[in-house]
Ligand binder design. Structure first.
Ligand SMILES: O=C(O)CC1=CCC(=O)O1
Length: 96
C-alpha cells in the first residue's frame, strides 16, 4: 500500500541544540534504513519549509502508524496522511 505523508517539523525554539542534533541524526539514520528497505520510497523537502513530502510503501495502515511513531522526530511533527491508489489514466504499470 502506498501512502503520501506530509511531515512538518516543529522543534521547540528553546530545545538544547545538542538534543536537536541527536534527534536529526537518529531520524536520518532510520529514514535511510527504511529507504534502503524500499519502505520509504520518496523523501522530498518542501521548498522554504522545515517539512517534507514522503511516499511510503507498506503492508498496512498499522505498519504506517508504527513506522511513523518510531521516528525520533515524531513528537515534534505534524503529520498528514493520504492513502494512494492507482489512477485509471496512469500509463505506468509499476507505480503502486
Ligand atoms: O527534515 C525533515 O523533513 C524530517 C525528516 C524526515 C526524514 C529525515 O531524515 O528528516
Amino acid at each position: 500500500m502506498l501512502f503520501h505523508v506530509k511531515m512538518t517539523v516543529k522543534l521547540p525554539v528553546d530545545m538544547d541544540p545538542a538534543k536537536a542534533a541527536k534527534l536529526k541524526a537518529d531520524e536520518k539514520e532510520l529514514a535511510q534504513r527504511l529507504q534502503r528497505e524500499g519502505k520509504w520510497r520518496h523523501l522530498w523537502r518542501i521548498a522554504g519549509h522545515y517539512a517534507n513530502y514522503s511516499v511510503f510503501d507498506l503492508a498496512s495502515v498499522e505498519e504506517l502508524h508504527d513506522t511513523l511513531m518510531q521516528l525520533p522526530l515524531f513528537p515534534y511533527m505534524e503529520i498528514e496522511v493520504d492513502g494512494l491508489c492507482r489512477h485509471p489514466s496512469s500509463i505506468h504499470e509499476d507505480d503502486r
